[in-house]
Ligand binder design. Structure first.
Ligand SMILES: Nc1ncnc2c1ncn2[C@@H]1O[C@H](COP(=O)(O)OP(=O)(O)O)[C@@H](O)[C@H]1O
Ligand SMILES: [Mg+2]
Length: 256
């Protein structure tokens, strides 16, 4: 899927979001993003641009002062997180995204606390997607490597069969090979029918693998387009990809 079919209903849409952590200090200043069925959306931009804040605003963790967040035709602006999970929004924060003292299987069961009767079926689906987690299901999550922890966090969010999965920098802190694996696994998950909205610091790779991207700058969506359009846009290259592009190209393998 490349261009967004405008007649199709969005899976999730943030419209003109103004939001922040402190009264009178807005971090997002009219930020918009839309994801259509089947899409994988990347959000890139400099540190402090508000990328994480946008995901948190969509997941009820940051107060939205104006604008709206829609899930299909339902207004989910400022709903509580547990309600959003129930309605089909999954969120994987960048850090502290597993319970280290619980086992892998217990972590996954926690992900389904709202619907325990489906545990067997959902666990089987997760073991299928993440065989390494199955092999180590009785070990504590604290013993996992960075990449495995990210897999577990993603699997936990997927237990509830979300229609949209919000991911904050899933490849951060991983080696280039593990980053590649994370991107490819995320794409595979997307292909199972989950809409993915991911923030990424590995901007070029993110644009290569996503259907569409948004460049955030100072709390606004500065540029948007297909991954390919953005990756080849001279303004985006100059401002946001820059020398990073060469580094990422150099570490590119033939896995994509
Ligand atoms: N919990 C918080 N309380 C107050 N300000 C915050 C908090 N988290 C982030 N900020 C501020 O919001 C701005 C955007 O942060 P963030 O959304 O984390 O940026 P990004 O993810 O694009 O690097 C930054 O100026 C940051 O200092
Ligand atoms: Mg961030």
């Amino acid at each position: 899927m490349t261009a967004q079919p405008s007649t199709q209903q969005a899976v999730v849409e943030a419209k003109d979001i103004v939001a922040g952590y402190l009264p009178g200090v807005n971090i997002l200043n009219g930020c918009s993003l839309v994801a259509y069925p089947g899409e994988m959306i990347g959000i890139i931009g400099p540190n402090g641009a508000g990328k994480s804040t946008l995901l948190k605003a969509m997941f009820g963790l940051v107060k939205v002062h104006s604008g709206s967040v829609m899930l299909g035709d339902q207004d989910i602006t400022n709903l509580r997180t547990n309600r959003l999970v129930e309605m089909g929004v999954g969120f994987v924060p960048q850090n502290n995204n597993v319970f280290p003292s619980l086992s892998i299987e217990e972590n996954l069961r926690m992900g389904l606390f709202l619907r325990p009767k489906k545990a067997t079926e959902r666990l089987a689906a997760m073991w299928d997607l993440f065989p390494v987690l199955h092999d180590r299901r009785n070990q504590s999550a604290g013993a996992l490597s960075g990449g495995e922890r990210q897999s577990l966090a993603m699997a936990r969010a997927l237990m509830m069969e979300p229609s949209v999965l919000l991911l904050d920098e899933p490849s951060a802190g991983l080696s280039p090979v593990r980053q590649d694996e994370t991107f490819l696994r995320t794409r595979r998950i997307n292909k199972t029918g989950v809409c993915v909205v991911m923030v990424e610091q590995n901007a070029r790779r993110c644009l290569q693998i996503c259907d569409r991207g948004y460049v955030l700058d100072q709390g606004r969506d500065a540029y948007t387009g297909t991954g390919r359009e953005l990756a080849n846009d001279p303004k985006v290259i100059e401002l946001y990809l820059g020398t990073l592009a060469e580094d990422v190209d150099a570490e590119r393998t033939d896995t994509l």
